[in-house]
Design a protein around this ligand. Sequence first.
Ligand SMILES: *Cc1c(COP(=O)(O)O)cnc(C)c1O
Length: 420
Amino acid sequence: MRYVSTRASSPPLGLSEAIQTGLAPDGGLYVPERFPTFEVEDFEGLESLADIAEKFLAPFFEGDELSVQLSDICREAFDFPVPLVELDETTALLELFHGPTAAFKDVGARFLAACVSRLPGRRTVLVATSGDTGGAVAAAFAVRANAEVVILFPKGLVSPRQEKQLTCWGAGVRAFAVRGDFDDCQRIVKAAFADRQLNRAHGLLSANSINFGRLLPQAAYHAAASLWYLRRRGARAGLVVPTGNLGNAVAAFWARAAGLPVREIALATNANRAVPDYFDSGAWAARPTVRTLANAMDVGNPSNVERLLQLHPDFEELKTFARAFTVSDEEIKRTIEAEATTRGRVFDPHTAAAARVRARLASPHWVVVATAHPAKFESIVEPLVGREVETPPALAELLDKESVCEEIEPSLEALAKALS
Ligand SMILES: *Cc1c(COP(=O)(O)O)cnc(C)c1O
């Protein structure tokens, strides 16, 4: 399999090379040149996420030096539970938050680290975070000898627990609080990758969803969820995906494009409504970022929209199986309260946005993608549900560590100076 740029004017690369390149030289994002055409029967006898992922990902690794290690990579990356939990007769919840930092970003970050640690050379992993990515990337790479991590996060715009997860790692992980918003962080990271000198001096590796090495394992869990749902209920499920930078959403579209039984896709955004506006108008326009309770989805200019439009350039065709909805903070709050009262389930604000969208959909058979553990957003969730949310042990351990971070202006110069 080869990987091509969404802007089509960079030479195609193999998997390992594309993972290490991050942003394509023409400024585009790498995408698979074509998609495999799986049938449901191809997965017969495979039940665990690691087994399904290995089968699903094999064509994407074909011809690459890492293909012989795919089985080990899958077992190493998918070593925490990813249960599909029953919510009601026609809805299931895909819990992606049982990893070390309690958000779905652990899956992609651990898979990327498992791939990169098997390739030669030392690297500086550079990542912009709206809250959850940075912690997951730090946790995944901190244990690797051949990588240092540099995290940019918007100062004051991440939750206290998220900030702790960015700043608690000590040597080997440097966290920068940027005086700006997530879009500023993302812009600086993109500029750093476009700067050849800086890139060469530090051996930069992207761990944002710019890097499709994060999206492939996400496509694999969407694939697994669709198969598990079909086996249990005899129906093809739609996926409701809480959406910010559109990485997880694009991974869902990729699973569908590869022939997995994903009936349709509903995207749930918070008040950052660039994506729902696109589905209304057919014209793409980035928007300034607004702050919401679901802060990991506070993205006004999602970079993965390029991948979505490349895969589905025909707007009318896209709308036959995909929709997008905006969910207000008020609705997020009411959903968290109502779910706790009626079903005794505590949702984090991002999952609550998806649950709200599910409630608006009349058709049966949906998988709601649960992207974070509520304990990560306890300052929002606990007052709404009126009780303490238990902290998972791995998260509790991180919260006990000391924090260190540096503050910088929102510019490439400021980052380059701090790194030199
Ligand atoms: C990052 C994140 C999202 C948004 O995912 P994208 O791939 O950026 O669209 C949703 N929920 C949580 C908890 C996140 O951390």
